[in-house]
Design a protein around this ligand. Sequence first.
Ligand code: GLU
Length: 482
Amino acid sequence: MSHSEIRVRFAPSPTGYPHLGNIRTALFNWLFARHHGGKFILRIEDTDVTRKVEGAVENIIDSLNWLGLDWDEGPYFQSQRLPLYQEIVRKLVNQGPAYLCYCSPHRLEEMRREQIRRKQPPKYDRRCRELTVQQRAQLEASGVTPVVRFKTPLEGETSFHDLIRAKVTFQNDTLDDFILLKSDSYPTYHLANVVDDHLMVISHVLRADEWLSSTPRHILLYQALDWQPPQFAHLPMILGPDRAKLSKRHGATNIIEYQRQGILPEAMINFLSLLGWSLDDKTELLSREELVKHFTLERVGKTAAIFDKDKLEWMNGVYLRRLTPEQFASQAIPFLQRDLPSSVKRPLDDTYISIIMPLIQERARTLADVPHLVDFFFLDELEYDQSLLIKAMDAVSATKAIETSLERLKPLEAWNAVSVENILRPLATELGLTTSKFFGLLRVAITGRTASPPLFQTMATLDKQRCLKRLNKALQKIKEQK
Ligand code: GLU
């Protein structure tokens, strides 16, 4: 492995299902690796046993697979590497930059409360930093299991060059003597993260802004271990449209939820790529290949990106329209299976579906819209409010319009969009109705709604019998209304 090689990692903690922000981080790392012909590594940071969430690892893997973010190494699990971290901690303790701390959780909690009461930033008071040999022996004998803390320098500052934010400096006295090894002998995030980035020869750490304040601690650790730190790039925050930190309130946060909502992976990739990166000020639609070709950190912004669900759905609509009719139908089928009312008989008829899908491909923004857009093609009985039938005209005119339509359509033998239109279009004039009113009425009778795919194609697809039945049903409904 050459040291100039680009090696990046996605290092999620399985403390929850990955959300948009996590996956944006994964994507930027992946794009960076692919752009430079480097390696993308998956590392599961599962050292917080108490916060581990069942199924999170599987969900992380499913999310990456769904989006086609393939990794070259891993998944590595930190929980399987414990001796490695323990060994390094031993070295740090022996050589001086780390120390054992015997303070009980109770004492730490008291101290924290007191500091908050005094409006001081909560921070360990370093009581165990300079224990005498005797004191240590005493504490050891009392049977307390110590944690290991890092001896953060008491003064001076720690700086690093961030590839996005340029020079970043932290005053050391604002940093805590943070824990490296917990009393359960598991490493903390700080320790395991640094050790693994070093051992896995990570060249660049691209991670969310929220980790920026951890970086000086990491730099101090690299220095204490005499290791060369990787380059850092902290990605801008993602905010909701209200400029508040992105949260559940702004819609589904678990990325797989978007798959359930009928977002295409390619649209998601394109959308996520623009949360903090841009090619120029105008290009919105970029394929995966174009993103790989153009992705550079120079074009990652410093200011927060705004998550706009409406834009995601718009973009998804664009990607849906680009599918061939066959692709669109096959993508839509699972959603039809899942969301068409249970009264619709399964299995669904694939040939029938392939006739219907082109009628709505232009109109769907997500695949989950599809069942609702087409359910009237599948239902035997339509549920709709009869007042829709007499919205544009009175009951007498509506009755007459439908009765006449029925009369003219009944003898029609070759039932197709053209023959149906040839009968109905002239009828509007004959009835003294505008086509918009007349067709609007028929649309409600045939589909149960005021907006639908083109009326004559819809009628042709539904077949004669069902159309006549629905027109009769509409007559009945108008009567009931009276
Ligand atoms: N385990 C951290 C997370 O959950 C990784 C942060 C980092 O990339 O250093 O995001």
